[in-house]
Design a protein around this ligand. Sequence first.
Ligand code: ADP
Ligand code: MG
Length: 317
Amino acid sequence: MSTPPAIRIDNLVKRYAAPKGAKGEEAQGKLALNGVSFDVPQGSIFGLLGPNGAGKSTLINILAGLVNKTSGSAEIWGFDIDSQRRNASRAIGIVPQEIVFDPFFTPYEVLENQGGFYGIPKKDRRSDELLAAVRLADKRNAYARTLSGGMKRRLLVAKAMVHSPPILVLDEPTAGVDVELRRQLWELVTEMNREGVTVVLTTHYLEEAEELCDRIAIINHGELIANKPTRELIEMAREKIVRVETEADISATPAHETFTKVERLDDRALEVTYDKDKLSAGQVLAILQEQGLTIEDVTTREADLEDVFVQLTGTGA
Ligand code: ADP
Ligand code: MG
């Protein structure tokens, strides 16, 4: 028997209600999710990647029970989010995109209150253990309003884990945070995953998804456009780019049937895009020289997730 997925999303649709008095296309309301389906495998760090406005938070908020879906279904740890909402909620911890706190509670109190909310008996609560895990033990009794942005984020991670859910979801955990804090959050996430927690994180940073996630789904305009192991996804970026600078002005833009694209940057520079499976950079240069160019300088660019994204969506991220 194969392991059931941690999360199963099936043909999820969300259309937000139109603003009052909206006309034309706007009157139908914003279609934020247009039939999205995918599974999150147990034990993975799963990246939900997409540009701003793609529908990531809408999807997470439906799982959290904060937004009502229009149609489709979702299961969390095998529990249907409609018919088994309580069990579904208990199986997931969510760190929302927006930081909201009562500023007059201390980190310890925030976690104790959350434990109370879930009906966890005092002796079974893990508040101090969680504070240590997110490196906030020394802020145990400080007011939440005195914490830095990064500390608040970490406290939210601890808060999401109070009821020991098998799944942790982070919605844009590193948007607008500095490099140092991003590192800390990445470590924390990796650590929790090592301990068996399935992690879902949304991000619009390609680099982040590439570094952290073992599987990546990409959504754009409410539609799933890719869902693959990270390595396979990166391999999809077959295109490579060679940029050359020439000794003399380029009189005619070179062309060849094996080139995907040739772009003149200025009088003495151009970029050739080619399929790395069909051609090598050396062959590209040879073709250019045959066509009479004297090359002075060459740079090549490796495919990364950004290239995949551009290829799949036809836009920059
Ligand atoms: P992401 O998290 O990927 O940036 P969102 O899920 O927040 O995307 O938004 C998806 C789309 O739905 C956007 O066009 C956004 O403007 C719209 N949207 C989000 N929340 C609401 C809402 N409460 N009412 C109407 N439209 C919304
Ligand atoms: Mg969002």
